[in-house]
Design a protein around this ligand. Structure first.
Ligand code: ACK
Length: 222
């Protein structure tokens, strides 16, 4: 076996430190619980259930994700395009193991996923792969037209049968609609921030106060 290939991780990313993981989980749970009670959400319930008049318990609907992280590069142990090049980038080598403060600026929910949007700083962008958005083009045609870093997120939960890779795609879809000036009707001011609806069960809560999350840049072998 080629040692070089097997030595590449499943993915590189920022891994949230334990204390802040709990805080993020609690905040997203609060949001989901509150969303579930809103009249506006109930009005669009069929997005989630497929049937009218059916109840949904959002807390049960999504299953939690293991260690919270923000993926930079999915390497698939070297099988993903550009994996080796990414691992060899000077910034990746230099910053491996370093601490960062991620800014979680929004929470979003769709019938598939729950996640947090991460707003990357210029420094953090040195670790962001140039084609991360473009790689999602088959799922979100406008993805490549969005600013670099748009896909940055922390997956918080997935509906049954949904893979975490969907969370970033759902975020890109919402941001593409924002860019086109479509949807995003302001639904209500919540304690945590402003809630907007983007159709087809897509909800985005822009946090009044972004959550600052300490994270370590590292990799995961799975
Ligand atoms: O929530 P995530 O960012 O979505 O974290 C997990 C992580 O890698 C381990 O599976 C992400 N992931 C999976 N497949 C891909 C892919 N093709 N492109 C980008 N990220 C991916 C997944």
């Amino acid at each position: 076996v080629l040692l070089e290939e097997t030595s590449l991780p499943l993915f590189f990313g920022w891994f949230l430190l334990p204390g802040i993981q709990d805080k993020v989980r609690c905040t997203s749970m609060d949001f989901i619980k509150t969303l579930d009670t809103l009249e506006a959400f109930k009005k669009h319930l069929t997005d989630f259930t497929g049937e009218a008049e059916k109840e949904v318990d959002l807390e049960q609907y999504f299953s939690a994700i293991g260690a919270l992280h923000c993926t930079t590069k999915f390497c698939d142990y070297g099988k993903a395009e550009g994996a080796k090049e990414y691992a060899e980038k000077p910034a990746v080598k230099e910053l491996y193991g370093s601490a960062f403060e991620l800014s979680l600026s929004a929470l979003f929910v769709t019938p598939r996923t729950v996640g947090a949007r991460v707003s990357l700083t210029e420094d953090q962008m040195t670790l962001w792969p140039a084609d991360a958005e473009k790689e999602a083009e088959s799922a979100v045609p406008a993805a490549a037209t969005l600013p670099a870093g748009s896909r940055a997120h922390v997956s918080l939960g997935c509906a049954e049968g949904v893979e975490p890779v969907q969370t970033g795609i759902d975020l890109l879809e919402i941001l593409a609609l924002q860019q086109e000036g479509q949807g995003g009707e302001l639904v209500e001011e919540m304690e945590l921030g402003s809630l907007a609806y983007y159709g087809k069960g897509r909800w985005l809560l822009s946090l009044r106060e972004p959550i600052s999350a300490q994270a370590c840049f590292s990799s995961h072998y799975g």
